[in-house]
Design a protein around this ligand. Structure first.
Ligand code: SAM
Length: 240
């Protein structure tokens, strides 16, 4: 799967994407992440990507034209694929590409959305900045607007990292299947309704932790987990 990220701060991603699971997934060819500097899609010498809002108001708004150019370049790249030559439009939609625009007013990102995105071939993400993005991007370019929560961030870069991270975990081969089956939000709907949608509590060594400065206090691992009785452990995990 490919992740294409359109941003004015491509360097922000370097550190996070070159560590741990995301790094390994790239090395093993399970995912590809490409960042695109939106300023490369401008014509003027200042490489402007924003302008004043029509109708007045504070701050600046990201312009539609550079974003249109960036997306067109990515779509053209797809279209140039020989398999897509006969009927560009329908072949393009079959290529399982989705363009998302990050916005606080978008649909809330959750595990179900992550699962849906993990089935795509190509997820193109547009990271807003400033006061936001010219509404024509949402109207004519993006397939959907996505929010990562009810708060306002400075830009769409952290949302993009969150989406890449959550989606990558769901791509076959990235994480052991058994780990995924037991993870939070991976349970069936009935369980979710019964508020059992979270993974059970986890413990590791030491068996007893004596917190410094708390004389007489000790934090112990539940006895059942040390019992070796797998049936009992399973039952305990269901109710914990
Ligand atoms: N003026 C906008 C508003 O009040 O809704 C906020 C713009 S915000 C400072 C700049 C950009 O950050 C947004 O265009 C969006 O791309 C991104 N952003 C901020 N909060 C977000 C959130 N909760 N989810 C997704 N993207 C967000």
């Amino acid at each position: 799967m490919k992740f294409n990220i359109i941003t004015i701060f491509p360097e922000i991603f370097d550190s996070y994407f070159s560590e741990s699971i995301i790094k390994r997934a790239q090395k093993r060819g399970l995912i590809k992440i490409k960042t695109h500097n939106l300023r490369d899609c401008t014509n003027d010498k200042h490489k402007s990507v924003d302008d004043k809002p029509y109708g007045g108001g504070p701050g600046m708004v990201m312009m539609v034209e550079p974003i249109f150019k960036a997306i067109s370049a990515l779509k053209k790249f797809e279209i140039r694929n020989p398999k897509s030559e006969t009927n560009l439009k329908s072949k393009f939609s079959k290529s399982k590409t989705r363009v998302i625009l990050f916005s606080p007013k978008g649909k809330k990102f959750d595990q179900a959305m992550a699962k849906r995105f993990s089935k795509l071939d190509n997820l193109i993400m547009i990271c807003g900045r400033y006061e936001g993005v010219d509404e024509r991007v949402a109207k004519y370019i993006a397939d959907e607007e996505v929010s990562i929560g009810d708060y306002v961030l400075t830009g769409g870069e952290i949302p993009a990292m969150i989406v890449v991270d959550a989606v990558t975990r769901l791509i076959p081969g990235v994480i052991a299947k058994e780990s995924l089956n037991e993870e939070s939000f991976s349970f069936k709907k009935e369980k979710a309704l019964a508020n059992e949608n979270y993974e059970y509590p986890q413990y590791t060594r030491p068996e007893v932790f004596l917190p410094a400065g708390r004389h007489g206090g000790k934090w112990s691992v539940p006895k059942v987990l040390l019992s070796g009785d797998h049936k009992k452990i399973e039952e305990w995990r269901k109710i914990s």
